[in-house]
Ligand binder design. Structure first.
Ligand code: NAD
Ligand code: MG
Length: 397
């Protein structure tokens, strides 16, 4: 039997997926790629199959799968191609698999995350929307399956790196946590001109290179709202013990303020390979390929208060966490629809917040305490339908 860890990467053609394979390629003695997945990028998935020789590759449609099968056969590659969301769940729960990198964007990644959690995998979570939608149910699946949940979001990895391995000590030692936010590309733009922002301007992040959806979320600061919700579940903290500060240099990735007022911070260059390498090797440390900080090149580390007028979406996080279960799923669904409509040129930048706030107002969730994954996915569908109606109204104006 091979001593190497068998790894599945869900969303291997995205920004996080590609960075994960970059780290993995540096450690062929430790990791073997068991499965890869993409929605539709056959060319890149083929190149990844050529390099990493996975047992399985999953695509979203039969047409894309057929294209990949043909190309693999031409090159004599043995990867088996599977199709659809159920195949992702089976792959994530496959008995031979040790670790699953969840790097799909959006609630679409939730079922496969739940499958990996129930199967007791080492679950590397980049897909924050899955936890924002899944909430308590997600954490119950992690506990019931005996899974190890490792945060990949840089802020949550930072907090995790500042805490001892023994989770039972966390609540006792943490007074609060401070998530840092870069403030995105419009931090200094007059907020009454934000309505005119284009998708190209919104996805041009000053410090990080990321997928389009999270880049827009960073510009609206909805990304930080999702991260506040994510932190609530990952670290079992009441909403008031989660704070956000703008730190434009993105050098401090987040901080833990302890009961005794001591502050622990994790620093580094803004490169996702660092949290990815930590998630892969925890509790060990391995080479990530990221550059280390050059302190003499740093001018200053500065901090600002986020302003409600500039990023109203951020402030929805705490309200949604205090509202009935399922509210954060409604917020996430509205936001996914609104961001997609903005990127498609259907609505303006500031309309994203209007859609999110109005969907929350008009769809108070009615989930019982024993709600299931199917209930959450149904709520997600209803919220998307409602948000879609508002988007059509806004577009017609
Ligand atoms: P991306 O858009 O670059 O990649 C998304 C991946 O998911 C692609 O491989 C795509 O094929 C796949 N995918 C998309 N929709 C799918 C669907 N419906 N079914 C199956 N596969 C689908 O996104 P990204 O920037 O890599 O982000 C991935 C996740 O990681 C997001 O949840 C994001 O918030 C989180 N994250 C990203 C970064 C970053 O630096 N990029 C940092 C922190 C957290
Ligand atoms: Mg982050």
């Amino acid at each position: 039997m091979s001593a190497r860890q068998q790894l599945v990467i869900l969303g291997s053609t995205g920004s996080i997926g590609v960075s994960t394979l970059d780290v993995v390629a540096r450690h062929p003695d430790r990791y073997q790629v068991f499965g890869l997945s993409a929605q539709r990028r056959v060319d890149l998935l083929l190149a990844q199959c050529r390099q990493f020789r996975p047992r399985y590759a999953v695509l979203a449609t039969e047409a894309a799968a057929a294209e990949l099968r043909t190309a693999l056969a031409l090159e004599g590659l043995a990867t088996e191609v599977l199709v659809g969301a159920d195949a992702l769940c089976s792959l994530a729960a496959e008995p031979e698999v040790h670790a699953v990198m969840a790097a799909i964007v959006g609630a679409a990644g939730l079922p496969a995350c739940m499958a990996a959690a129930r199967a007791g995998k080492r679950l590397l979570l980049a897909n924050k929307e899955a936890l924002v939608v899944g909430g308590a149910l997600f954490m119950q699946a992690v506990a019931a399956g005996g899974a190890t949940l490792l945060p990949i979001d840089s802020e949550h990895s930072a907090i995790f790196q500042c805490l001892p391995e023994d989770r039972s000590t966390w609540r006792q030692r943490i007074d609060h946590i401070v998530l840092t936010a870069s403030g995105g590309p419009f931090r200094q733009r007059a907020h009454d001109t934000l309505h005119a922002v284009t998708p190209e301007q919104a996805v041009a992040h000053p410090n990080w290179v990321m997928g389009r959806k999270i880049s827009v979320d960073s510009a609206t600061m909805m990304n930080k709202a999702l991260e506040v919700i994510e932190a609530r579940w990952l670290f079992d903290l009441e909403p008031e013990r989660i704070r956000v500060v703008i730190h434009p240099q993105s050098i401090i990735h987040s901080m833990v303020v302890c009961r005794d007022a001591s502050v622990l911070a994790q620093l580094g260059t803004p490169d996702m390979k660092v949290p990815i390498a930590y998630g892969l090797a925890f509790p060990e440390r391995i080479e990530s390929g990221a550059a280390s900080l050059d302190f003499l090149q740093l001018n200053a580390l500065t901090f600002e208060q986020p302003e409600r007028s500039r990023c109203p979406g951020l402030f929805l996080a705490w309200d949604a966490l205090r509202a009935p279960a399922g509210t954060t799923a409604v917020l996430n669904a509205a936001n996914e629809e609104a961001v997609a409509a903005f990127l498609a040129g259907t609505i303006g930048f500031t309309a994203i917040h209007k859609v999110n706030a109005q969907t929350l107002e008009r769809l108070p969730p009615d989930l019982g305490p024993g709600h299931t994954l199917a209930d959450l996915l149904d709520l997600d569908r209803r919220a998307r339908a409602l948000a879609g109606g508002m988007i059509r109204e806004l577009a017609a104006r």
